[in-house]
Design a protein around this ligand. Structure first.
Ligand code: HEM
Ligand code: HEM
Length: 184
């Protein structure tokens, strides 16, 4: 379950390892990796793939309603893990420059991660079974209703931010690949 925070520790561990590799590249090359060169590019592509998995896999599992594909709570843990590690790799990809649509995409990425933490907090306030389904009667009726209302309000923010983020990300990728990669 989410309460143990295992996915946060694993994401922290992955973040430390990635920082180690990034640090080694900086020390070795004596400069910040450029977003359009091999290492910076790989960070962007892999980070973005993890973000795409974050956007799609948990929602797909949630809609299949079949336990055959694994527990929902495990998929949410995976969602949070990839939702933290992906954005972190993408942040290192930026080479710490935030111009234009790419900068806007980074801003949305930061916002969705912060919003994710808020959602995770509300989510863990609602008593659930191991598969992430709500347990009726475990909270007083009014507290449960309030938590549910808060969660659906939160969904109405988190989901559109994700959609806008992917639209700007694809525009950035198209532009960056065209101007910085193919026209070189
Ligand atoms: C959500 C995902 C991504 C974010 C937030 C992001 C963000 C950024 C940022 C902030 C920059 C620096 C812009 C500047 O110079 O001011 C950049 C550069 C770049 N990005 Fe991304 N990026 C993402 C994914 C990708 C992906 C998947 C690719 C490749 C397919 C890519 C390709 C590039 C390239 C080639 C540059 C260098 C452009 C140049 O040298 O002018 N990015 N990105
Ligand atoms: C790239 C970053 C992220 C993207 C694109 C993203 C996208 C989404 C989407 C589309 C959903 C809706 C799932 C559905 O109901 O079908 C969702 C739900 C959720 N996300 Fe994220 N998310 C990201 C990062 C995070 C992070 C970092 C956290 C936690 C720290 C988080 C926590 C949650 C929670 C708790 C839910 C609600 C689960 C539920 O109500 O069933 N997300 N996210």
């Amino acid at each position: 379950m989410l309460r143990g925070g295992k996915e946060l520790w694993l994401a922290l561990l992955a973040g430390i390892l990635i920082t180690g590799v990034y640090g080694a590249v900086v020390v070795f090359t004596q400069r910040i990796p450029a977003a359009g060169e091999l290492f910076g590019h790989l960070l962007g592509v892999f980070g973005f793939l993890l973000m795409l998995m974050t956007e799609t896999l948990y929602s797909l599992r949630k809609r299949t309603r079949s336990a055959r594909w694994g527990k929902m709570s495990s998929w949410l843990q995976f969602h949070i893990f990839t939702g933290l590690v992906g954005p972190y790799m993408v942040l290192l990809h930026t080479s710490w420059k935030f111009n234009g649509i790419a900068g806007v995409t980074t801003l949305f990425t930061v916002i969705i991660v912060i919003s994710g933490f808020i959602g995770r907090y509300i989510f863990t306030r609602i008593p659930r079974t191991l598969d992430g389904l709500e347990i009726e009667g475990a909270l007083s009726e009014s507290a449960l209703r309030q938590a549910r209302r808060l969660m659906s309000l939160w969904h109405a923010v988190h989901i559109p931010i994700g959609m806008v983020l992917f639209v700007t990300a694809f525009v950035h990728m198209g532009g960056a690949l065209y101007y910085a990669t193919f026209l070189k």
